[in-house]
Each structure stands twice: as C-alpha cells, then as structure tokens.
Design a binder for this molecule. Structure first.
Ligand SMILES: [Zn+2]
Length: 374
C-alpha cells in the first residue's frame, strides 16, 4: 500500500473507483475540505489513475512508466498551478521545491508552503501570467501521448483570475483533466464551482490518521495514537507534530498564561500587543498550538496512562491541571476556536487578543479550585 492507494479517506477512494470503473471521469473536479483532510493526496492519487497507460478497471496499474513517473510527481503531463509570491513567478519554476514539500507532507497548508519557498508572510496568489503559461501548454500534444492533468492547488487564490479558466474548464482540450483543490470553496467564483464535479473531504477520522502514521510514516503505534489525538483531525498537523517542525510557541504560551494568572493588566496588555503585531498566519498557528496545549491539560484528567506520559515534564500543564476545574478548558478551547476565525476575518488583532486574554483571566478566576488556596 502507498498513499496513492490509501490517503485516509476510504469512502472517497471508493467514490473515485466507481467513477473510474464506470468510465465517467469528468473533465473538471473540485476537491474541497478542511485543512489536513487530504484534498491534495486525493488529487495526486486520481491524477495517477488518469495518467496510467494500462489502467485496470480505470485505476492505475502502478507498474507502467507513467505510473512510476506520476507517483514521483515528475510526469511531464502532470501540471500544477500554485499560489506564489511575485506576479511574475511561474509555477513550473517552483516544481522542484513543490515536489520536495509534498513528498514530505502532501497535507501541507499554504503557510507551510510559503515557509518552504522562503516567502513567509508575503501575499501569495495564482497569477495571471502563470495561468496563461499553463493553459497555452494545454493546446500542445501530451508528452506521453495520453492524458494531461492540471492540479490547481488552493484554487481560492485564483480569485477573479479564475475567469480566465472558465472556458477551458467548460470545454477542455481532449484528454485534459482539471482537478481544483481548495480549503475555502466559498472563495471560488460560483461560475467555476458550478462547472466542476465537487467532492467534499470531511475531516479525517482519528483512526485513519493513526493508520497512516504507522503504515506510511513508520511512527510507532504508541506515539501515533498520541499524534492522532493532538492532530485535531488534521493529518498535516499530525505530520508536523511528528517531525517537530511545527512552530514552537512554548515561550509565548507560558508568558501568556503567566500574565493572565497573575492578573497583571500591564503584562496582559503587553503580551496582547506583541501577539497582535505578528504575521496573521503566525497568529493562526499560535491559536492551533494553544488549542493543542489546552487539550493536553484536559488529558491530564483522564486515567489513560499513555496520555499522561505526554504531559509529564510539562510543568505548566501540570500546574494548570491541578489548580483549575476541567470545565474551564472547554470554555477556553471554544474561545480559541473563535479567535482563529476572527484572525482569518482580519479582526483588529491586538484588541482581539486583549479581550480574549481578559476573558480567559476571568474564566480562570471563576474555575480556580478552592481547596488549593486553602
Ligand atoms: Zn500504470
């Protein structure tokens, strides 16, 4: 088994099998779902089926030269359109880092991609010239004489430029297939959406994340179980946690809780100011880190020994778990989820952090366990 056979969404794989075996492959599809649900691994798997020169029941044989190339994402008829910084950038110039990035983590998010390209914090888009470049290629004969696949990763970055693709998606050249991928379907032009067969990827089951970590990434079962829990149904997150490349906000987290617990207004305000100044994506990453942190405190209340091991050594988590009623972490967790949405919607960040910090301070005061004070 490989990721191409099993990308952790068995129901969707089955749906694709039905389409392929019935020879009813549409020329434009839209895969959409939450980050970490596997829209890209799903698209890569389907692309391999489409590019295979000796398919079995419509599915990739995994043996021919085309399959071999497609599995490494180096098939000359497999094209990608990617969000990039700089209006003159062409996706083809970024194929090498792209292949490297998705070989490591095909569940990656846009923030990780910008980090990979060293353009962290910069505005990225799918640019006009890049679209023209890719589409002009499509009128040419396929290199391998078979099908062509164009994967448009994070198609919401097409924005209004999507209009340039309308006609192509509606009447594509022969043997040409578009797979659009998005974590924000609502940002796609309705005219684009309506021309695609749409498949929704639900958040991944924890059991599927666990299985992939063990089978594909060689993670031992015990750690995989912990990572699957911490991932919050996001496989990309599970992988980043497993390789420890997730941004480490340990210090920020500790400073924040120290400030709210001490109830010192000035420290809370300083911290909120600092966090509000950070890049928007970094703030979102911090929120995800904080949600996982809070979940860790909750686990400390369970009797599951395996989970306890994770939080041992984390002094602050231990302190928080001993001094506050578990109910408070549910409230704080919900507040953090709302914060994530607010950052995405361009809320005034410093004010948002200040008000969230004060709410958390009050919640902690209300749920502090009395016997500890005695
Ligand atoms: Zn094949």
């Amino acid at each position: 088994m490989s990721l191409l056979d099993n990308f952790g969404q068995p129901a969707i794989r089955q749906q694709l099998d039905t389409i392929l075996s019935g020879n009813r492959m549409p020329h434009a599809m839209l895969f959409y779902g939450e980050p970490g649900s596997g829209v890209l691994p799903g698209a890569l798997s389907l692309a391999n089926d489409i590019l295979c020169t000796s398919p079995v029941n419509g599915k990739a044989c995994r043996q021919c030269t085309s399959c071999n190339r497609a599995s490494k994402n180096i098939h000359p008829d497999l094209h990608f359109l990617l969000p990039l910084a700089g209006a003159k950038s062409l996706s083809t110039a970024f194929y090498e880092p792209w292949r490297e990035a998705i070989a490591k983590n095909p569940w990656l998010n846009v923030f990780q991609w910008t980090q990979f390209c060293d353009v962290e914090g910069k505005q990225v888009d799918i640019h006009k010239e890049d679209i023209q470049h890719v589409t002009s290629d499509l009128s040419l004969e396929a290199f391998e004489g078979g099908n062509k696949v164009i994967i448009i990763w994070m198609a919401q970055f097409l924005a209004r430029e999507g209009n340039r693709l309308l006609k192509l998606i509606e009447e594509p050249p022969d043997y040409t297939y578009f797979i659009l991928i998005s974590n924000q379907r609502e940002r796609l032009l309705p005219t684009i959406r309506s021309r695609c067969m749409q498949i929704y990827f639900p958040p991944m089951e924890e059991s599927e994340i666990l299985k992939l970590l063990v089978d594909e990434y060689g993670t031992d079962k015990k750690s995989a179980a912990v990572l699957a829990k911490q991932s919050v149904q996001d496989m990309g997150r599970a992988l980043t946690l497993s390789t420890n490349t997730l941004m480490d906000f340990k210090d920020e987290m500790a400073d924040w809780f120290r400030a709210v617990i001490s109830k010192k207004g000035k420290e809370i305000a300083t911290w909120s100011d600092q966090m509000g100044k950070q890049d928007k994506e970094e703030q979102k990453q911090f929120v995800l880190y904080a949600i996982a942190f809070v979940r860790n405190i909750l686990w400390a209340f369970s009797n599951d020994d395996q989970k306890k091991e994770v939080v041992e050594g984390a002094e602050m988590i231990k302190y928080l778990h001993e001094h506050y009623h578990p109910e408070v972490w549910h409230h704080i967790s919900r507040g953090l989820e709302t914060a994530h949405e607010k950052i995405a919607r361009n809320a005034n960040a410093k004010l948002m952090w200040l008000s969230l910090s004060i709410t958390i301070k009050n919640q902690l005061m209300a749920y502090r366990l009395q016997h500890i004070n005695a």
